[in-house]
Design a protein around this ligand. Structure first.
Ligand code: PRP
Ligand code: URA
Length: 209
């Protein structure tokens, strides 16, 4: 069964509180999401394998460590997942980036696919899927299924806020995918929005409504 990691470092919680506040505008919202993504990235990449490399410091030769193969891919679920890419790229500049486009139908709340463009060697990479909101879990589950259809076997899901029903859906359909979140909220409302949540993440990032 997959593991659920809640990364509740005080600095992440502080930044998330500002994001949740409805008075926070798009510029600050985007900036905070980027900062939190970088901080969460430390935990998500905590166990990636290292290998020995021989280098020469100004003083002597040494055996040092570097990330093995550097085979990572960041896959945002459009649109809101885009807000987590830059922070992760600051941490892992050599990562490749692919995109999966899904939007939630307003009445059924079911995801509708509209775009998929992935690195050619995606099946050979550790994939980090990003989406700030894990609500019903439908979008995340469909994105993970699309990646598995293309051969991905090593996938992690990075969200900001989730609710127990969305987390359980992902765990049931994708028991091999670990989930990383900054907070687990209480429940979904009648429009399948997270309560207390932070509203519509895509609209708040891009200033749309
Ligand atoms: C939001 C969010 C997730 C999805 C979560 O996207 O960014 O992708 O809803 O809901 P779920 O867990 O119930 O599927 P939305 O469909 O609003 O698209 P957007 O990011 O383009 O605004
Ligand atoms: N999508 C969002 O952007 N926010 C929610 O609370 C649920 C889905």
């Amino acid at each position: 069964m997959s593991q659920v990691h809640v990364i509740d470092h005080p600095m992440i919680q502080h930044k998330l509180t500002i994001m949740r506040n409805k008075e926070t505008g798009s510029k600050d919202f985007r900036e905070l999401l980027k900062e939190i993504s970088l901080l969460m990235g430390y935990e998500i990449t905590r166990d990636i394998p290292l290998e020995d490399v021989e280098i020469e410091t100004p003083i002597c030769r040494m055996t040092a460590k570097e990330v093995r193969g550097r085979k990572l891919a960041i896959i945002p679920i459009l649109r809101a997942g885009l807000g987590m890419v830059e922070g992760l790229l600051n941490l892992i500049p050599v990562a490749k980036v692919g995109h999966i486009g899904l939007y939630r139908d307003e009445t059924t709340h079911k995801p509708v696919p509209y775009f998929c463009k992935l690195p050619g060697d995606i099946d050979d990479r550790l994939v980090i899927v990003t989406d700030p909101m894990l609500a019903t879990g439908g979008s995340a589950c469909d994105a993970l299924a699309m990646l598995k259809e293309r051969g991905c076997t090593n996938i992690r899901l990075m969200c900001l806020v989730g609710v127990p029903e969305g987390i359980e859906k992902v765990r049931a359909e994708h028991p091999d995918v670990d989930i990383y979140l900054a907070a687990i909220d209480d429940h979904l409302n009648e429009n399948a929005y997270i309560v207390p949540g932070l509203g519509d993440a895509g609209d708040r990032i891009f200033g749309t409504k």
